[in-house]
Design a protein around this ligand. Structure first.
Ligand code: GLU
Length: 511
C-alpha cells in the first residue's frame, strides 16, 4: 500500500566508469523505491568540469540499463523536475546561492588559491591543526564577513574572481540521523566553511546536491559511506535555507571491501586481482587502458544484482538466490549493516553459476550463439541444445559455454602430450583400433549400445575401463577434459567419432 510519496535518487558524477559500489548504491535506491512504490530518479552531477570524463554519462546509463535498473525520471526520460543534468541547471543554483547570501549564511571570499596554499603550508610547518577556513580564521581572511561592506562591493565590482562559502556557525551541535548508523553528532566548529559556489560560476557538489534534493522532493538520500563526512554540512545547508522540516532522511551504505578485508575495493583492484569491478567494460578515453566488466566477463545481470544485493544487505533468511521481485519484496534499510562487506570473487562466480543453471537450455542458446559465430561453426539448434544440456552444469561464466563444449563443434587440432605419455600403454593403439572396428560394425549407436560394447570389450581384452576410455577421450577432444566420454561420443555421432579416432591415432602414433 502506498503510504508516503517516496522519492529517491541515484546521483553519479560522470568522472569515469561506475564502480560496482556505485551500482550497488543505485540498486539499493531502486529496491527501496520499488518496495515503497516510490519514484527513482537519475540525476547527473556534472558541475565539476575539471573532473568531467567524456563518455562517462553514457557508460553509466548503459551499464545501469544492462543491470536492469530503470529510472522513472532521468536526463533521457525527463520528468516533472527536469533538467536532471546539473550542468543544465546553473541558473537555478544562482538563485539559491543568492538566498544564502541574503540571509547571511553564506559569504563572498576573495582569497586566492596561492594565499590559501601559503596558509596551509604555514599550518603544516607549525605542526598544529591543519588550516581550516572557519568561524575563527575567516575573521582575518579576505571575505565579505571580515571586510567592510564597501570594500566587498568594490571587489565584486572590480570583477576579481571570488568563491562563495557557507558560514558555518561556531560551536553548534549538528546531528545527522542516519537510518543505518543512527545518530551521528558533530560540533560545527570542526567543519570548515566549504565552498558552495566556484569562481567559474558553477556550484560545488554540496550546494547543487542539496538544492536539487530539495527541489526534486527527495525523501531519502541513500548513498555510499564516503559521503557521511559531508552529511553534517548538508544538514547545515538545509538549516541555512530554512528547509529542515523537509530534509530527506539519510542512509549511508557501508563500504565494499577488498577480498582480504584490507580497505575499500578500488577501481584498480579488479584487474589486479583478476575479477571485474565495473558492470561493463570501460576504455579510459585518455590512456586507452581497458578495464574489464561483468558483462564482458560472462556474468548475467541477474547474478550481478544478486551479488551486489548481498554486499551490505542481509536478507535474514537462508535463501541466497533471489529474483528481482523477491529482492524488492524483502529489501529494507533496516537490514543493511553498518560494517563493510568483503567482496568475494569466488562467491560471485558461484552466484553466476547458479543463475546460469536456472536458465533453460533454450535460453542458453542465445548465449552460445555469439561464441559459435566467433568460431565460424553453424551446428543445428537441436545439436546445440544437446550439447548445452550436457555441459551446462560445468559452466560458471558464459565464455565457459564454449571452453566446455568446443570439441562438440571442432576437431582437436593438437593432443596433450603429457596426457598421451601418461595413459598410452604399449597395447593401447591395438586395443583402440580393434574397438573402432567393432564400433564401425554396430548397426546402431547410442549410449546403452556403446556402453555394452565397451564393457564386453574390456572383459574380452582383460583391461580396465579406463584403459579404453582415457585414450578415447584424448582422441576425441585432444586432452583429458570434458563431460562423460560416452555422452560426448553419442552426441558427435558414430561417423565423426570414428573419424576422430582415426585422425588421432594417425597424429599420435603414425598408425
Ligand atoms: N555526485 C555524488 C557522487 O558522485 C553523489 C553523492 C550523493 O548521493 O549525494 O557519488
Amino acid at each position: 500500500m502506498k503510504t508516503e510519496n517516496i522519492r529517491v535518487r541515484f546521483a553519479p558524477s560522470p568522472t569515469g566508469p561506475l564502480h560496482i559500489g556505485g551500482v550497488r548504491t543505485a540498486l539499493y535506491n531502486y529496491l527501496f523505491a520499488k518496495k515503497k512504490q516510490g519514484t527513482l530518479i537519475l540525476r547527473i552531477e556534472d558541475t565539476d568540469q575539471n573532473r568531467f570524463v567524456a563518455g562517462a554519462e553514457k557508460y553509466i546509463v548503459e551499464s545501469l540499463a544492462w543491470c536492469g535498473l530503470e529510472f522513472d525520471e532521468s536526463p533521457e526520460k525527463g520528468g516533472p523536475y527536469a533538467p536532471y543534468r546539473q550542468s543544465e541547471r546553473s541558473e537555478i543554483y544562482k538563485t539559491y546561492i543568492k538566498l544564502l547570501l541574503e540571509n547571511g549564511t553564506a559569504y563572498y571570499a576573495f582569497d586566492t588559491e596561492s594565499e590559501l596554499d601559503a596558509l596551509r603550508e604555514e599550518a603544516k610547518t607549525k605542526g598544529g591543526k591543519t588550516f581550516q577556513y572557519d568561524s575563527q580564521s575567516r575573521k582575518s581572511l579576505k571575505n565579505s564577513v571580515s571586510l567592510p561592506e564597501q570594500e566587498t562591493a568594490a571587489l565584486l565590482e572590480s570583477g576579481i574572481p571570488y568563491v562563495i562559502r557557507i558560514k558555518i556557525p561556531e560551536n553548534e551541535t549538528v546531528v545527522v540521523n542516519d537510518l543505518i548508523r543512527g545518530e551521528v553528532v558533530v560540533n560545527s566548529s570542526n567543519l570548515d566553511d566549504k565552498v558552495l559556489f566556484k569562481s567559474d560560476g558553477l556550484p560545488t557538489y554540496h550546494l547543487a546536491n542539496v538544492v536539487d534534493d530539495y527541489l526534486m522532493k527527495i525523501t531519502h538520500v541513500i548513498r555510499g559511506e564516503e559521503w557521511l563526512p559531508s552529511a553534517p554540512l548538508h544538514v547545515l545547508l538545509y538549516r541555512s535555507f530554512g528547509w529542515e522540516s523537509v530534509m530527506p532522511k539519510f542512509a549511508h551504505l557501508p563500504l565494499i571491501l577488498k577480498p582480504d578485508g584490507n580497505g575499500k575495493l578500488s577501481k584498480r583492484d579488479g584487474d589486479r586481482l583478476g575479477f571485474p569491478v565495473f558492470p561493463t567494460a570501460w576504455t579510459d578515453p585518455k590512456s586507452g587502458e581497458l578495464y574489464s566488466g561483468y558483462r564482458e566477463s560472462g556474468y548475467l545481470p541477474e547474478a550481478v544484482i544478486n551479488i551486489l544485493a548481498h554486499l551490505g544487505w542481509n536478507p535474514g533468511i537462508e535463501q541466497e538466490l533471489f529474483t528481482k521481485d523477491e529482492l524488492i519484496d524483502l529489501f529494507s534499510l533496516e537490514r543493511v549493516g553498518k560494517h563493510g562487506s568483503k567482496f568475494d570473487p569466488e562467491k560471485a562466480k558461484w552466484f553466476n553459476h547458479k543463475y546460469l543453471q536456472l536458465k533453460s537450455d533454450k535460453e542458453l542458446l542465445l548465449y552460445l550463439a555469439p561464441l559459435l559465430a566467433k568460431h565460424e561453426v553453424t551446428p543445428s539448434p537441436d545439436y546445440q541444445l544437446s550439447v548445452i544440456h550436457l555441459v551446462k552444469d560445468r559452466v560458471s561464466l558464459i565464455p565457459e559455454l564454449w571452453s566446455n563444449s568446443w570439441y562438440f563443434f571442432l576437431r582437436p587440432s593438437d593432443y596433450d602430450q603429457q596426457v598421451y605419455q601418461k595413459i598410452w600403454q604399449p597395447g593401447t593403439t591395438g586395443l583402440i583400433t580393434d574397438l573402432a572396428a567393432e564400433i564401425t560394425a554396430l548397426p546402431e549407436f547410442n549410449k546403452a549400445i556403446f556402453h555394452d560394447l565397451v564393457q564386453q570389450y574390456t572383459v574380452k581384452a582383460s583391461v580396465k575401463m579406463g584403459q579404453i576410455m582415457n585414450p578415447l577421450r584424448l582422441l576425441m577432444v585432444g586432452s583429458n577434459q570434458g563431460p562423460g566420454m560416452m555422452d560426448m561420443a553419442v552426441i558427435i555421432g558414430k561417423t565423426e567419432f570414428l573419424e576422430r579416432i582415426a585422425l588421432g591415432l594417425k597424429t599420435l602414433t603414425g598408425k
